[in-house]
Design a protein around this ligand. Structure first.
Ligand code: ATP
Ligand code: MG
Length: 172
């Protein structure tokens, strides 16, 4: 699978809703001077319509979305670019579609307790969170396994510290 043997051209910042993907991926991209992309941008119009209507996505809905992100990674890396992508990637099967066995794509898993994340979500402005969403996110979450060579960081720290920790772990 993807391993630390090849310098990455894409980092996928993953975790449950409210774990800090948008915040950390943006700060990490700024630090590395890489491009930032929000994975949500790659949803087909049919998924956007479904989500706007308040209907949950099925895995069947997700495959073309994940393929579109994998396509973008392929484009960027082939062009010699570098990108940090925020994408929840909660299940192993989703991550396998994203990575396509590339050695130059790595996951950064934002690890935090439900209590910490619930507190951050409650304080977050301009976002409506359906009740029970965080619970269902944790039920769905399959934390990345050793064979995926993830960078795992605790989110119980200031943004700057988390970014420092990610950069340090990427070097190892
Ligand atoms: N290290 C941190 N310390 C304090 N607050 C944080 C930290 N990281 C993120 N936050 C805050 O927590 C909230 C959730 O972060 P963010 O929106 O980046 O999460 P997300 O994973 O992108 O969520 P979603 O999946 O819903 O898009 C935001 O209000 C953000 O400002
Ligand atoms: Mg986000």
């Amino acid at each position: 699978m993807n391993g630390p043997d090849k310098p990455p051209c894409a980092l996928i910042v993953m975790g449950v809703s409210g774990s800090g993907k948008s915040t950390i991926a943006t700060a990490l991209a700024n630090r590395l001077r890489w491009t930032f992309e929000d994975g949500d941008r790659f949803h087909p119009a049919s998924n956007v319509a479904k989500m706007s209507a308040g209907h949950p996505l099925t895995d069947e809905d997700r495959w073309p979305w994940l393929q579109a992100i994998a396509d973008e990674i392929g484009r960027v890396c082939t062009a010699g670019g570098h990108v940090v992508i925020a994408c929840s990637a909660l299940k192993r099967a989703y991550r396998d579609v994203l990575v396509r066995n590339r050695k130059d794509v790595r996951f950064v898993f934002l690890d935090g307790s439900p209590a910490l994340i619930a507190g951050r979500l409650a304080a977050r402005k301009g976002h409506f969170m359906p009740p029970g969403l965080l619970d269902s996110q944790f039920k769905t979450l399959e934390p990345p396994q050793a064979d995926e060579h993830p960078v795992i960081v605790s989110i119980d720290a200031p943004v700057e510290t988390i970014v420092n920790n990610i950069v340090a772990k990427l070097r190892t």
